[in-house]
Write a protein that binds this ligand. Structure first.
Ligand code: FPP
Length: 313
């Protein structure tokens, strides 16, 4: 489950000069005022990357860990407040061979040990989401150490989704809400039924209660989801949180993904019109004046119907 830590206010800093020349060329095309608040990435294609080179799968994962660091550092240079990476799903844990799972756990530990100094140099905070209490204890200890070692940083928050599944996250959130209600009823010395009757169940359980009880309760929803390796699936990742996210799919395999590709995805995102279920900026009230009245439209439709279509059934 998500370890809750009180988050210092995100403080943007001026590190654009650290971008490579190629990254800077893409960054110059971006609107700095519309950098997403949160980018979530489904890192996919490590195995295929290795297969194409006749290498063992684990070398693909190893190269994928290198990509993580490159991408996170670019994210921190452009003041991206949150980046969340799908590193290890519940399904990976259950369905991959034990040897691959063990390798991924070892890789995670060595990644954290080897990169905490770079996280601090880049003002990046480390957090995790998922059923992390089910991971091996030595892995949890290293994770906890990395979180504490980076807790004072005020730049980008890197969240690794580990042993993560979105449906189980929603189950955990629902359980947390119910447990909270039972505890409150207990404190007040009444039954749960009585407690719900005081203000009505709507006041006690709505979308905000679920949102806040998710592992991501302290984060904004992702504005942009990137998936590498061309697969067009969400794979049980942040299902609740991505209701209105823009989705960017690239054929590039994760071990080949770099900061410049993150910037290209953000550029594509900035060309999208986000509607959140509304009509967007291209539709104005003047457009309503140009609409044909509904009664006229109905008359036109009826005029085109054949006698058979008009006959009562
Ligand atoms: C998908 O590739 C990726 C994963 C299962 C895990 C992601 C892990 C990493 C990027 C490396 C470790 C990360 C950290 C943070 C240390 P796949 O094996 O499903 O690739 P395939 O679909 O081509 O077989």
């Amino acid at each position: 489950m998500r370890e809750s830590t009180s988050r210092p206010f995100f403080q943007p800093c001026s590190r654009l000069h650290e971008l490579s020349a190629e990254e800077e060329a893409v960054y110059r095309q971006l609107d700095p005022a519309r950098i997403p608040q949160h980018v979530a990435i489904i890192m996919d294609g490590n195995g295929r990357w290795a297969g194409k080179r006749a290498l063992k799968r684990f070398l693909g994962h190893q190269q994928g860990a290198e990509s993580v660091q490159f991408v996170v550092e670019t994210a921190s240079r452009i003041n991206l407040p949150f980046i969340t990476l799908y590193a290890f799903s519940l399904e990976n844990n259950l369905r991959r061979p034990k040897s691959e799972v063990n390798f991924l756990m070892k890789l995670l530990r060595s990644y954290l040990v080897g990169n905490v100094q770079r996280m601090n140099d880049n003002n990046v905070r480390m957090e995790y989401i998922g059923r992390i209490h089910e991971l091996p204890s030595e892995v949890q200890e290293t994770m906890q150490w990395a979180t504490e070692a980076t807790a004072k940083n005020t730049g980008t928050t890197l969240t690794l989704a580990l042993n993560y599944g979105s449906r189980s996250e929603i189950v955990d959130a629902t359980r947390a809400v119910i447990t909270g209600l039972i505890a409150e009823a207990h404190t007040r010395g009444c039954s749960l039924e009585d407690l719900l009757q005081v203000d009505g169940i709507e006041a006690r359980l709505d979308e905000h209660h679920i949102t806040n009880a998710l592992y991501t309760g302290q984060m904004p929803d992702p504005d942009l989801v990137i998936r590498t390796s061309g697969e067009k699936r969400i794979s049980n990742f942040l299902l609740w949180q991505i209701a209105y996210s823009e989705i960017f799919i690239t054929e590039r395999l994760w071990p080949d993904f770099r900061g410049i590709h993150l910037l290209e995805a953000i550029l594509d995102y900035q060309h999208r019109e986000r509607r959140f279920g509304g009509l967007g900026e291209s539709f104005t009230d003047e457009d309503l004046d140009t609409l044909q009245p509904a009664t006229e439209v109905a008359e036109e439709i009826v005029a085109k119907l054949t006698p058979k279509q008009l006959a009562p059934r």
